[in-house]
Design a protein. Structure first.
Length: 164
């Protein structure tokens, strides 16, 4: 399989699977555990490193490596959009309400009054729709992919030129 496609699929599947781990464990409802979700960044970086090592072996230059990593991120991002929509609309249709409830509880523990809590929840409501969540995943994956590909491509390119 093409290294760009295989790495993109790997990243997307790993990140999608982690989303469902967050659902099965209920961590998405726990403010103390919700940041564990960001392990997806490590999955993406690992997948990019694996994929970019494979494309580097094909003789790609630095710019081509960054483009290959960006394409891996786009492929992963498309899978993540589908997984996110499946998660929030089918598997956990109460996702937004559960996150809102957890946020309310956290704000109450911080001593916020009802007006402050209502304002915070209202400002966050638009980002809790299934499509907003899915697009956030896509954009986060794309940005991480571009930045990480630039760094990984630089390291792999530097190693290759040093080995010559």
């Amino acid at each position: 399989m093409n290294p760009i496609l295989s790495a993109g699929v790997l990243i997307g599947v790993l990140c999608g699977a982690w989303t469902f781990v967050m659902g099965l464990t209920g961590w998405y409802k726990d403010p103390a555990m919700s940041n564990v979700f960001f392990m997806v960044i490590l999955f993406e970086i690992g997948g990019l490193f694996w994929g970019l090592r494979r494309t580097a072996a094909l003789g790609r230059n630095y710019g081509q490596q960054v483009m290959a990593g960006t394409m891996m991120a786009v492929i992963a991002g498309l899978i993540i959009v589908a997984t996110s929509l499946l998660f929030t609309m089918v598997a956990y249709p109460d996702y937004a309400a559960a996150v809102e409830s957890a946020t309310r509880g956290a704000l109450q523990r911080q001593g916020k009054n009802e007006a402050e809590i209502s304002a915070a929840l209202a400002s966050n409501a638009a980002s809790l729709t299934p499509m907003a969540q899915a697009m956030s995943g896509f954009i986060g994956t794309l940005i991480t992919g571009i930045v990480a590909s630039a760094a990984i491509g630089f390291v792999l390119h530097s190693k290759r030129t040093a080995d010559r």
